[in-house]
Design a protein around this ligand. Structure first.
Ligand code: ATR
Length: 288
């Protein structure tokens, strides 16, 4: 087993770890430009790393104080739960690490910024999450992260997944820890109770930004949402999904995944700054 790793020479750096992050990854461009915008002498390095070589890389990064933290791509998000020095509350609740920071004591801490960014983006459009009743569709990787953070933020959750076992398992874990989360199998019978509908399925996504008329539920059911309800689709490609078009046509508040997507990058970038200044990070990334 070859665990030897080449660390970049020179300046402090952030990094993304993935199977092949250099291919098409946006984070190196975003991070380098944001460091530049802040006048920081720092670089960003994409590590192509296999699951077998991940522990070796983490060990080397722990020992290299120039590593500031960074992003994590599939399939390492779960594996890192056991490789880092500490795991923060959101990453533990979600069961995945998508960002790493270095604490003042030198420890590498696993964080998760996906769900937090979803909550912040939602609150900016639809107001406080606490006490709201949300119907969330889709409990894949993204859906679990979003659902976990909405539950931590005090929402009441109804979760639905095409494969119902995933929804029942998620609801089981969370309701056991005292959170109001229940699995639903029939969207039609509960949608009228929802203050907001959140799509975390991949239905409506278009890899090539082409038109996509697919929707994760029968759009006629939107008529049953209360008039004050918001519809949040975490998809950001395209920005207008069939779900959001139909919701807007009914006069409902709508929100796409653009600010969540930028938000998770901003939060992760802020974790790598010496003062963890979120506003500074947001301004630097918005300028890119
Ligand atoms: P992501 O990282 O985007 O969350 P994922 O983990 O593959 O990707 O999850 C995709 C989600 O979209 C899952 O909830 C999936 O449902 P299943 O768990 O039943 O597979 C959901 N999804 C994908 N295609 C779907 C479809 N045609 N109808 C309903 N849900 C769908």
């Amino acid at each position: 087993l070859d665990n030897s790793v080449d660390l970049p020479a020179g300046r402090p750096y952030g990094a993304i770890m993935g199977l092949a992050p250099s291919k098409g990854a946006r984070s190196p461009i975003l991070w380098r430009a944001a460091f530049d915008a802040l006048g920081m002498q720092a670089d960003f390095h994409p590590f192509d790393v296999t699951p077998e070589n991940l522990p070796g890389l983490v060990k080397a990064l722990k020992a290299d104080a120039r590593y500031l933290g960074g992003a994590v791509a599939v399939p390492h998000k779960e594996l890192l739960l056991t490789e880092l020095d500490r795991i923060d509350e959101a990453a533990r609740a979600i069961g995945a690490v998508n960002a790493i920071r270095r604490d003042p004591d030198g420890a590498l801490v696993g964080a998760n910024t996906d769900g937090l960014a979803a909550v912040e983006s939602f609150e900016a459009t639809a107001g406080p999450v606490r006490g709201k009743k949300l119907l969330l569709l889709g409990l894949g990787g993204a859906g679990k992260a979003v659902a976990a953070c909405f539950a931590l933020a005090g929402a009441e959750l109804m979760v639905w997944n095409r494969d119902g076992a995933k929804a029942r398992e998620f609801a089981g874990v969370y309701s056991a820890s005292g959170k109001p989360v229940r699995a639903v199998s029939d969207i039609a019978s509960v949608i009228a109770e929802a203050d907001a509908l959140i799509n975390c399925t991949s239905v409506g996504f278009a890899a090539d930004s082409s038109d996509n008329d697919d929707a994760p539920l029968d759009l006629a059911l939107l008529d049953q949402l209360p008039a004050h309800a918001a519809v949040f689709d975490i998809i950001y490609q395209p920005l207008q999904t069939a779900l959001l078009r139909a919701a807007a046509a009914r006069g409902l508040k709508t929100l796409n995944g653009k600010s969540m997507n930028l938000g998770q990058a901003v939060i992760a970038f802020a974790l790598a700054l010496p003062d963890a200044d979120r506003d500074k990070a947001a301004a630097a990334m918005a300028a890119v």
